[in-house]
Design a protein around this ligand. Structure first.
Ligand SMILES: [Zn+2]
Length: 476
């Protein structure tokens, strides 16, 4: 080969590697959609407490917030919905419809509930039952949101960061002082922990840590305009919505406030999202304070959203947005044991309910007796979908449970991807996921009901599977 010819090839090679055609393979694209899922018919059942509430109006609109990302190899959808929890059947159906419309495989979709306690019931729990019409509407709306976001793909840049907001999270499970006897709804006296105990002389100390970290992913258009901001904080919810109202709680207020922090003028062209981290045992109330300040409806929601948005915005100033990062996603299904009631439990529950007469019930032993009869119909095991996503060096795990903060902290520590965060109540609803240590301490989150039924070995299984998935996507 002549020198001339070799030079020509080298020149051609360097031309090819920098040509637009080659660069197109390394283009990151993002698409957004926020679909209004506010119920159109009231009254509607709202779950989140042990008694049902019927909402008569909306304090603010509810949304399914959809982000689709595409690196040229993989296209994934992340959806966060203003709901308390969403059963797997609904989400599987929504994914199937969205997949048919977009070609995105169903195992490349993460759909979660924010866990606001002020949204329509979607899964039968305690004394709340879902409205079938709303289930059908929400299924369609989620699928349509993914389709819209997928249709809206534009070349994008991506970055991420972390911030710390330690003063808005509190561990809500308190150890009681030695000698204090706690009674559970099944007549037992072995609990050592009380959930939301109020300010009391019986309180010893919180039974575990909090996670003050807010992780976020920022997506911009190629010319640097904010397109999406997906945050994650381990806070159950805030509450304090106007009576008999549905509301997106601080999750939707954060989306609004983040848009204003980022100077977004066209809010339709921007998607703010707050996803729930691992907050099964974390809330926003400091039980070491004798008299916390009284607040107007929505006031606390605005305070918390504002604190988190301020911290995110400060950290955002230092974020370097990149034109391209690889996107990887893996999904696995695990089989988890169910704590089924025994014959004696069922007989006791039936006797209690016979004595109490028809509901609705106000006494906790009757409410749990009713749950025991529901649980008697459960299978011995259930399947749970677990996922890991990699965006460059950032990791996202997902769990279908009200996951404890200890699990999230362990995943953050052990994941090879830094930072890593977990989106809980994703891809289904399997109740609380206390660690084995917390099962031993007892308390509300461990009491057997449709809201807490997984066996005590479920948490280590979920945690180790998520860690294995994170390692897999990190190595790809
Ligand atoms: Zn909850």
């Amino acid at each position: 080969m002549s020198i001339f010819r070799l030079t020509a090839i080298l020149v051609l090679a360097s031309f090819v590697s920098s040509s637009p055609a080659f660069a197109a393979d390394k283009t990151l694209r993002a698409g957004i959609a926020a679909v209004d899922v506010t119920p159109q018919q009231f009254p509607i059942s709202v779950n989140g407490g042990m008694r049902d509430v019927e909402a008569e109006r909306a304090a603010d609109p509810l949304h399914a917030r959809c982000l689709v990302l595409d690196d040229g190899q993989a296209r994934i959808a992340i959806v966060v919905c203003d709901s308390c929890m969403i059963p797997r059947e609904l989400l599987d159906e929504a994914k199937k419809k969205a997949s048919q419309a977009t070609g995105i495989p169903t195992d490349r979709m993460l759909i979660s509930a924010t866990h606001c306690h002020s949204a329509p019931t979607l899964s039968g729990v305690f004394q709340s039952e879902p409205n079938q019409r709303y289930i059908a509407v929400l299924t369609e709306m989620i699928a349509s949101g993914i389709k819209q976001a997928s249709d809206n793909l534009v070349p994008a840049r991506i970055g991420w960061g972390t911030a710390s907001v330690p003063d808005q999270v509190f561990n809500r499970r308190w150890l009681v002082k030695a000698g204090v006897v706690l009674t559970d709804p099944f007549g037992g006296t072995t609990d050592r922990v009380k959930m939301n105990p109020g300010y009391s002389a019986n309180n010893d100390k919180p039974s575990g840590p909090t996670d003050p970290e807010v992780c976020f992913v920022s997506v911009q258009t190629k010319d640097g305009k904010p397109l999406a901001f997906l945050a994650n904080y381990s806070l159950h919810y805030v509450g304090g919505v106007p009576p008999l109202s549905v509301s997106g709680d601080y999750f939707s207020e954060f989306a609004k406030q983040m848009a204003s922090r980022l100077g977004v003028e066209d809010t339709k062209g921007f998607l703010g999202v707050m996803s729930n981290g691992t907050s099964g045992n974390i809330n926003n109330v400091d039980y070491s304070q004798a008299s916390p300040p009284r607040r107007q409806p929505l006031e606390k929601i605005r305070i918390v959203a504002s604190a988190v948005a301020d911290a995110c915005y400060k950290s955002y100033q230092t974020v370097e947005h990149r034109d391209f990062v690889p996107i990887r996603m893996r999904e696995a299904e695990v089989e988890l044991g169910v704590r089924l009631p025994g014959d004696e439990d069922v007989a006791r529950a039936k006797k209690l309910l016979e004595e109490a007469g028809p509901g609705p019930y106000t006494k906790i032993e009757h409410i749990y007796a009713r749950e025991t009869l529901w649980m008697a119909q459960y299978p011995k095991t259930v399947k749970a979908k677990l996922q890991a996503i990699r965006l460059g060096e950032l990791g996202i795990a997902s769990s279908p449970c009200e996951t404890f903060v200890e699990t999230g902290l362990a995943l953050k520590k052990e994941s090879p991807l830094k930072p890593t965060f977990t989106i809980e109540l994703a891809n289904g609803y399997s109740g609380y996921l206390p660690t084995s240590e917390h099962h031993a301490l007892g308390g509300y989150e461990t009491w057997r009901a449709r809201s807490s039924y997984l066996s005590a070995d479920a948490e280590p299984k979920v945690r180790s599977t998520l860690l294995a998935l994170l390692r897999e996507v990190a190595a790809e």
